[in-house]
Design a protein around this ligand. Structure first.
Ligand code: RIB
Ligand code: CA
Length: 313
């Protein structure tokens, strides 16, 4: 019996967020979207909201999309437009939207949906955690309706936006701190594991060869994203961050997890947004998070290709 997860995706599309949507949308027998909430991160919330609508409609996914918080809880706004561009999804041309936008505020929709859910739901967070933190502060008891929070963010080692911090954490450290201390079961896909999912030009050609709408989305978005990533970080292949977190929902055996106590630096100094992962358990804190260590990379790319093929010719 395949267990079907009902999920809320909280995201900031964003090229890799878009591929995560494509990945999960290909397996409706495993993942049922209650909806998508969007947050400021890779671009402004207006642009991430627009992009999530464009991607779901382009792929023919009937998923309601909601606009979340305007910006981080406390810190000054920071965007990743240096990577994702002016639109937040540079490189792909979409047709005009036909579906009218949802008007309910994303955090309020998230709370209503969780409150009304018959069973606790899974939340996949692939952007800054502003919406989630706001929901937990507005209704702390809502944590009881969250089965687990699977998030792309943080790192045991180096950051990618400062030497210390990964972008999703850096963009709203206080929000991340609220989520990390919420008591909700947590699965963290940090840079240590997402940097194992490296998308090369050869990988783009492999996926493009499937020659259908999802293949075109992958090809065009990844060509643009990889060119910028490779130039920015002086590498020859770009990490496909968010789909790694999404893949855990579909094939958990692809990723090795280790329980750890994880906190985030909110001091506002050079370590701002850094996640401290107590790998050896010597810090005395209770393990609040299962941290992803190892990815079966070949199987991950096979899963991406399988997802693309499921979108037909
Ligand atoms: O650091 C990588 C994360 O920041 C990804 O979620 C990417 O989409 C950006 O939001
Ligand atoms: Ca993201």
């Amino acid at each position: 019996m395949i267990e079907k997860r009902k999920i809320i995706l909280d995201c900031d599309p964003g090229h890799d967020d878009a591929i995560a949507i494509m990945l999960l949308g290909a397996f409706p027998e495993k993942v049922q979207f209650a909806g998508i909430t969007t947050v400021a991160g890779n671009q402004t919330v207006d642009k991430t909201f627009f992009n999530a609508r464009r991607v779901t409609e382009y792929l023919g996914l009937d998923i309601p999309v909601y606009r979340g918080c305007e910006g981080p809880l406390l810190r000054s706004p920071v965007l990743a437009d240096d990577i994702h561009g002016e639109t937040g999804l540079d490189g792909f041309t979409f047709h005009d939207l036909k579906r009218s936008p949802e008007t309910e505020q994303g955090v309020l929709w998230m709370l209503r949906t969780l409150r009304e859910a018959a069973e606790p739901m899974t939340i996949l967070a692939t952007g800054p955690m502003t919406n989630l933190a706001m929901a937990l502060r507005l209704e702390p008891e809502i944590a009881g309706k969250i089965r687990e929070i699977v998030f792309m963010g943080g790192a045991m080692g180096l950051g990618n936006v400062t030497p210390a911090a990964e972008f999703n954490m850096f963009a709203d450290p206080e929000a991340a701190s609220i989520v990390l201390s919420s008591g909700c079961p947590l699965v963290m896909a940090g840079l240590d594991v997402t940097m194992q999912a490296l998308c090369s030009e050869q990988m783009i050609s492999r996926m493009a060869g499937r020659n259908n709408p999802a293949a075109r989305l992958f090809k065009d978005t990844m060509t643009s994203y990889c060119a910028v990533e490779c130039k920015t970080y002086n590498v020859t292949a770009a990490p496909l961050h968010d789909p790694v977190a999404a893949a855990w929902l579909l094939r958990p055996k692809l990723i090795e997890l280790k329980p750890m106590h994880v906190t985030v630096d909110c001091t506002g100094r050079e370590g701002y947004g850094r996640t401290y992962c107590d790998y050896y358990g010597k810090g005395g804190g209770r393990a609040n998070c299962r941290v992803a260590l190892q990815l079966e990379a070949d199987a991950f790319w096979d899963l991406i290709e399988e997802a693309i093929c499921r979108y037909g010719a």
